[in-house]
Design a protein around this ligand. Structure first.
Ligand SMILES: [Zn+2]
Length: 229
């Protein structure tokens, strides 16, 4: 025969059991509910971020309509070589940055051509430029140098573009004009669309355009100078 104490104990144990069972399953289900909602929250957040990145990048994107040729001009690089890195920080100071698929590009040009003919990539071809107001749906190509015919107030010496630079400019423009169906009438100098000397009269523009489209009769002066190898 059970004692009174044992009876009370087993009765309480039974009560506790019936109470704790739904509490346990409630806790379990709210835990699962939490995980499911966290997953939804994180997933939703990711979708929202991708949507915002996509929207801004789409807003900043272009279908290249033409090419605008520049020179970097009389820049004071303080002993630094003028290249894409220099131009990127130079244009960052001027606030030329544009966001495109996870990155901010500061350099305003799409390509930079060094005096040795090396071609450096600036911003992506489908990101609008920051090189010519009203014409930033055109690809900007900048040749490093100062090709102004007039002496500069700054005293910066001017020179001709190097033969290697011109060869690269022609090859690059050929490639771009084929890929984006750019006619000769849309290969322009910066000075054709703005009040500027850029890219300077020492750049043989007409000969470059003629060479891009293989029209030799237009060329009246050699595209590359005599000392070109
Ligand atoms: Zn320019």
């Amino acid at each position: 025969m059970k004692s009174k104490f044992a009876e009370t104990k087993s009765a309480w144990a039974g009560k506790l059991k019936t109470l704790s069972a739904p509490l346990g399953s409630q806790l379990h289900s709210s835990w699962r509910w939490g995980i499911r909602h966290w997953k939804l929250l994180v997933g939703g957040g990711l979708v929202a971020i991708i949507a915002v990145v996509g929207l801004i990048s789409y807003k900043n994107s272009i279908q290249p309509e033409g090419i605008i040729i520049h020179h970097t001009g009389p820049l004071n690089a303080e002993g630094q070589p003028v290249d894409v890195e220099f131009l990127d920080s130079f244009h960052q100071e001027r606030g030329y940055g544009s966001y495109y698929w996870g990155r901010v590009y500061h350099v305003g040009y799409h390509y930079i051509i060094l005096p040795n003919g090396g071609v450096q990539e600036g911003r992506p071809e489908h990101l609008h430029g920051a090189h010519a107001q009203g014409f930033n749906s055109y690809l900007g190509i900048a040749l490093v140098g100062n090709f102004s015919a007039r002496p500069q107030r700054s005293g910066t010496p001017s020179s001709d573009p190097t033969p290697a630079q011109l060869r690269s400019l022609i090859a690059l423009s050929k490639d771009l004009s084929r890929r984006y169906h750019i006619p000769a009438s849309r290969i322009l100098r910066h000075s054709d669309v703005a009040q500027t000397e850029c890219p300077g009269q020492r750049l043989p523009y007409r000969n470059v355009v003629a060479a891009v489209y293989g029209v030799s009769s237009v060329a009246q002066q050699p595209i590359v100078s005599k000392n070109a190898k």
